[in-house]
Design a protein around this ligand. Sequence first.
Ligand SMILES: [Zn+2]
Ligand SMILES: [Zn+2]
Length: 247
Amino acid sequence: MTGALRARAAALAKLIELLVFPSACRLCAAILDEPGERIVCRDCLGRLVPRQGPVCPVCGRFLEGAGEDHPCGRCLEARPAFSFHRSCGAYAGTLKDVVLLFKYRKCAPLSRPLARFAEISLASEPRLWEGADFLVPVPLHRARRRDRGFNQSRLLARDLAKSRGMKVLGGVLVKARNVPPQAGLRAAERERNVVGAYAVKRPDRIRGRTLILVDDVTTTGATLRECARVLTEAGAEEVRAITLAQA
Ligand SMILES: [Zn+2]
Ligand SMILES: [Zn+2]
């Protein structure tokens, strides 16, 4: 077979495969036939709803009940190095399912609908974006990034930055030490685990700047607090933080 013929045969095989095995939503198995649908269908993505209810105005922790926002005990005891953090939803249900696909099943294109969800969720927080200079993704150690193929926080930051007309500052906050994954550790262990894990390269890029840290999931907030501490020590004027979900 010539090269051209082989290429045609391959294209034909691909077409047949698409007709016989059309791609299906990885969550509900519905056929993805609407333009722009990839990996997860529009109906499933429609189940991503921003969380409503009181939060700690500082660390953004979701508070029980239907009362007013009020600072949590932990923030009253010691304020974190970030000025405030906001999370879009509880790490459960569809949001958790989509994040797991995105992060652990190498479904990088899901960063776009997730960033859109974040934008909608955070639209009611104008002071989050006010005067911010850069989005700063929470970095992965390069060994982890190599295994996963991408840094999920960086993709989220990229897509959020695009829609907000902002810039991502990559490679400045780095993970210098490859520590065990936070998942599976208890709160006190998480706290110890991240100390000294992050470092700032080129502090001149962040001196006097207002930064927004971006991460996918927060549990105890240990990672965000440590990243904010390192950035502030390196001269950042203010650090804010956003995450997709809160466990
Ligand atoms: Zn679906
Ligand atoms: Zn708090």
